[in-house]
Design a binder for this molecule. Structure first.
Ligand code: FAD
Ligand code: SF4
Length: 545
């Protein structure tokens, strides 16, 4: 029988893959065509977390994902090329002055979403960022309070068994991380020494891979293939944390289920049309949650336009698809006399958030942090070839791979309506209009990049890294396109991730971010999902769903 999980659904006939054993299964409740309380579109950081929490709160839940249901122990190879099966590589059109490079570095297609191949860096927002307009004078305010988010961050950190330092140097005091920090690899030691020489604080990065066993998951073995999917389960992704819990609580997960349209009648959603097993089907639901990430979420809302909602769902503000944000991900690299072997261990084991918390002396708005990256060989070849190296020159450069040391930023991009997701006439393999992603940096981003590259260059110079060069065009992560807010005229959803226009339509993923902050987003997405579940349970108890 065909057991290719990209061709034939695995979660069927009352069982789903047991991600902790080879060939194993766990029982799964199935709802058939019965109307359920919630259909969730997407099982990544937002959707997977919410599926777990809603099922545990007693709701009937079906979570659908266009991607495959992988078993890490048997399906993941230490092979960058082979593992591209984890990326969302369906056709998208990119344009603007700075077209975004899409795929491996920012979007996944799998049960567990992009967290299956994410780098696990798990950082909290600076509290002021939730009110960046009122407190810092740029962007827009979130409708959330940082103290409440701080509680939800804690819940996610416990669930993911985050390994982190005893004392985190920035922001309000926080409890100890659940697991001890990982030892530093060579790139992280370079970062630490450079920061100390420049007189700024650094820390071991809070990261979602185990530093000691936990349940059926072993500790990290430091082989460094995290961005290709972890074949040991040391990585704490949505696939092996929230989703097993969701199944145990009675949620159904439908893999290889591409949702193409949300149906509405009389101002309410009634269910979703989805493609699975070579046919279109309809699933009835009392509520629909869209959690497809910042490109597929607006795409689905726009593709669901109807006579009643001619501009797409939840779009009375005209903001669905607008205010797309990425993170600046520029880097400086050079060479050390010592062997660095930066591929050993997870990337980014040390960081400094100095420029997230220090605003003095900046000629731009927003924050950025930097980490010690660990590119794998193919990724490194792609990176160095951006300098125009090819053939013999590229081969010579690759022989120095083990001596390369670098620093990479995660920098805040301001929201702006010029950066957006729209639809074009061209269609994909399901017959659905494909998205066009338009993106350009503004003056603020250019000023931040210049400051960050100069600073990181100095941080490498003071530790003896020579022949330095700058990689100026990279971006990472996706946010915005269905922002949350206080006001229905200037946002798509409210603080509870409920759409202003349609009371039983919710959006719960990276697209609800009003601003991007200077840290990787997944911890915040999961914290928002935990909060949303609590709010839904509260609204249900008051019969306000
Ligand atoms: C290489 C890489 C490294 C990263 N490293 C980090 C990191 O270190 N720290 C960090 O915080 N963040 C990191 N991120 C970002 C993080 O993974 C994402 O921000 C986060 O997973 C987004 O969560 P989400 O729920 O919005 O979307 P996702 O997690 O991407 O989940 C969306 C899911 O929806 C599914 N989907 C979309 N449309 C449909 C549809 N119409 N029908 C059915 N299913 C659909 C997709 O298949 C996907 O599985 C990284 C991302 C990548 C790609
Ligand atoms: S380095 Fe650790 S987290 Fe990364 S792939 Fe290996 S075992 Fe998994």
């Amino acid at each position: 029988m065909n057991d290719n999980p990209q061709e034939r659904p695995r979660a069927l006939n009352g069982k789903a893959p047991d991600v902790f054993t080879r060939g194993g299964w766990v029982p799964m409740r199935e709802y058939g065509e019965e109307e359920v309380d919630f259909v969730i579109v997407g099982t990544g950081a937002g959707g997977g977390t919410l599926a777990c929490k809603l099922a545990e709160a007693g709701f009937s839940v079906i979570a659908m994902d266009a991607g495959a249901y992988w078993r890490p122990l048997e399906d993941f190879a230490s092979d960058e090329h082979h593992q591209s099966k984890l990326y969302w590589t369906d056709e998208r059109i990119v344009d603007g002055a700075d077209p975004i490079h899409l795929g491996a570095n920012n979007s996944g297609k799998a049960v567990g979403g992009s967290t299956v191949h994410y780098m696990m860096v798990s950082l909290r927002f600076r509290p002021e960022w939730f009110k960046s307009r009122s407190k810092l004078g740029y962007g827009v305010d979130w409708p959330l309070d940082w103290r409440e988010m701080w509680r939800y961050y804690r819940e996610v950190e416990q669930t993911l068994s985050i390994s982190g330092p005893v004392r985190y140097p920035w922001g309000p005091k926080r409890p100890r991380y659940p697991y001890r920090a990982h030892p530093l690899n060579a790139p992280a030691r370079y970062l630490a020494r450079g920061a100390e020489k420049l007189g700024i604080a650094w820390a071991e990065t809070p990261i979602a891979t185990l530093s000691a066993p936990r349940g059926k998951a072993p500790p990290c073995v430091y082989r460094g293939f995290c961005a290709a999917g972890c074949s040991t389960n040391a990585k704490q992704s949505v696939l092996n944390t929230w989703l097993p819990r969701a199944l145990a609580a009675g949620a159904e997960i439908r893999d290889l289920a591409m949702v193409g349209r949300i149906e509405t009648t009389n101002g309410r959603v009634t269910g979703v049309h989805y493609h699975r097993g070579n046919e279109w089907r309809f699933q009835k639901a009392r509520n629909v949650v869209v959690a497809g990430y910042a490109i597929e979420t607006p795409r689905l809302l726009l593709n669901s336009a109807s006579c009643e909602f001619p501009d797409g769902l939840a779009n009375s503000s005209g903001l669905v698809g607008k205010n797309l944000m990425v993170h600046l991900n520029q880097s400086v690299y050079g060479y050390s006399q010592d062997e660095i072997r930066s591929y050993k261990a997870p990337p980014s084991l040390a960081l400094t958030e100095h420029w997230n918390y220090e605003d003095a002396g900046k000629d731009y708005h927003g924050g950025w942090c930097y980490m010690a990256p660990g590119p794998l060989p193919a990724d490194w070849a792609r990176t160095v070839s951006q300098r125009g190296l090819w053939g013999r020159e590229l081969l010579d450069e690759m022989t120095r791979y083990n001596h390369a040391a670098g620093l990479k930023m995660v920098g805040e991009v301001l929201p702006g309506e010029r950066n957006r997701v729209t639809l074009v006439d061209e269609t994909d393999q399901y017959g659905l209009a494909i998205p066009q992603v338009t993106f350009s940096f503004g003056d603020n981003e250019h000023a931040m990049i210049e400051h960050a590259l100069d600073f990181m260059d100095r941080a490498l110079e003071v530790v003896g890294v020579t022949q330095r060069w700058r990689n100026e065009s990279e971006t990472a992560h996706l946010m915005g396109t269905a922002r949350m807010g206080h006001d229905r005229a200037t946002s798509v959803v409210d603080a509870d991730c409920r759409s202003w226009d349609i009371p039983n339509l919710w959006i719960c993923d990276g697209s609800v971010f009003p601003t991007s902050g200077g840290v990787n987003p997944s911890l915040t997405i999961q914290a928002i999902a935990c909060r949303t579940s609590d709010r839904i349970a509260e609204l249900a108890s008051r019969r306000e769903l």
